[in-house]
Write a protein that binds this ligand. Structure first.
Ligand SMILES: [Fe+2]
Length: 433
């Protein structure tokens, strides 16, 4: 197993990188020469339309041992609990929804087989997001995966992942995230034996960094902290499976060689990782609780300005200093729909019931906020500067309503009494008027 400290990365966000695992493999001054060095094949990989504006255009040239077209026909692969938007198998209730963590499987289960969809929205192939969780206890063996339906934002909660991708190798541990572009082939090893986490499958435009506006030229997630892998390849023959999610379905084909055979690449579409502890958190230094959009790490924008297909928002350790302010998140009802997860610690609006590895879903106009006990405490707290330590919650926020799957609604992990945490919010008005 490769050690994390053996891996090299290319630093930056959205840059055109070039990397070669064998010196001289990368053509110079052109992309597809008549003959590529060392008998490699040139293959262009585009994750935006050819004609996308230059600053948003994402494409990479791969120089590989065999082109991707060297594969068999696909046949159906067990769908399991993988779903895509729209979810039509059950009606979507406007309820407050919350779940316990997914238990670890008892049977040997790899990353792909462990994928479970909790909710999805929009329409696969158009816009929207799939929200999945994984809980795996086996590395992928002779099996690779790619997702034609969207890029994958992977948020580990327990156990590291070693991602062998076409572009190279990434190691991510809880507290880090990675994004795998639509179409990139990869396999997942589990260095810690087991792994659990969350995935946003973004059917929309590739995620970018949000604008900083008046904050200026630094802050939030800084470009230099994003890391792409250097080229690494496998030149091995054998019996391999390539599993694919395409138009909501799961398929598999046979390969007689590893598809991770890219010896060199140059381009703007590649997997990348980010350490959430590098997020430069902005917040009030006077009063009131700002909108959580100040914690946006990455965003998938739509044609409607300011209305994201997907925002990835974190709630990291930070100082709370607001004066004369109810410091936890306020009670609210939003247009945007909010799926939340917890990587570690305690989230400040919910001290009970929202556990690391668990999840909550508050859809469009579904009211939520601090549970009663947190309201009581925060309304009476001594407002000294206070540091929130050892916590990392996150939110997948979307313009589209997240439709929970039948599994999510009927699972034993669903907390059917979640709404009760608001039931003892008192009528103080009657006492005080
Ligand atoms: Fe919320």
């Amino acid at each position: 197993m490769i050690r994390p400290d053996e891996l090299q990365y290319l630093n930056g966000f959205g840059n055109e990188f070039e990397t070669e695992a064998k010196e001289g493999a990368l053509p110079i001054g052109q992309f597809n020469p008549q003959k590529v060095a060392f008998g490699l094949y040139a293959e262009q990989f585009s994750t935006t339309a050819f004609t996308m504006a230059r600053d948003k255009n994402r494409r990479t040239w791969f120089y590989r041992i065999r082109p991707s077209a060297a594969q068999s026909d696909y046949r159906p692969f067990p769908q399991g609990l993988m779903r895509s938007g729209p979810i039509t198998e059950v009606p979507s209730p406007p309820n407050l929804l919350r779940w316990d963590p997914l238990p670890m499987p008892e049977e040997p289960t790899d990353f792909v087989s462990s994928l479970v969809t909790l909710a999805a929205n929009g329409s696969v192939g158009v816009q929207g997001v799939g929200v999945h969780v994984y809980a795996a206890n086996q590395s992928m063996q002779n099996r690779y995966f790619y997702n034609a339906d969207g890029e994958l934002l992977i948020v580990p909660q327990q156990g590291a992942l070693l991602l062998h991708t076409e572009s190279g190798i990434l190691h991510i541990a809880p507290g880090e995230i990675c994004v795998i572009p639509r179409g990139i082939k990869f396999r997942v090893d589990l260095p810690d034996g087991t792994a659990r986490g969350y995935i946003a499958e973004n059917y929309g435009a590739p995620m970018i960094l949000p604008e900083r506006g008046p904050v200026g030229s630094n802050g939030f997630a800084n470009e230099r902290d994003f890391q792409a892998p250097v080229a690494a390849y496998e030149d091995i023959d054998g019996d391999f499976e390539l599993v694919c999610k395409f138009n909501g379905g799961m398929f598999v084909c046979d390969l007689d060689h590893s598809p991770l055979d890219v010896v060199a690449w140059v381009g703007t579409s590649y997997p990348y990782k980010y350490d959430l502890s590098r997020f430069n958190t902005m917040n009030t230094v006077s009063f009131d609780h700002p909108d959580p959009s100040i914690f946006t790490v990455l965003t998938s924008q739509t044609d409607t300005e300011g209305t994201a297909n997907l925002d990835f928002v974190i709630f990291p350790p930070r100082w709370m200093v607001a004066e004369n302010t109810f410091r936890p998140p306020w009670y609210h009802r939003n247009l945007m729909s909010e799926f939340m997860g917890l990587i570690e610690g305690v989230y400040d609006a919910k001290e009970h019931g929202f556990m690391p590895g668990g999840a909550s879903l508050h859809n469009c106009m579904t009211p939520h906020g601090p549970e009663a006990v947190v309201f009581e405490q925060a309304s009476n707290a001594d407002l000294k500067p206070q540091r929130y330590e050892d916590t990392m919650a996150f939110m997948f926020e979307s313009r589209f309503i997240f439709e929970p799957t039948e599994f999510a609604l009927q699972s034993t992990t669903r907390q059917r009494e979640y709404h009760a945490c608001y039931s003892n919010l008192k009528n103080y008005f009657r006492e005080q008027k």
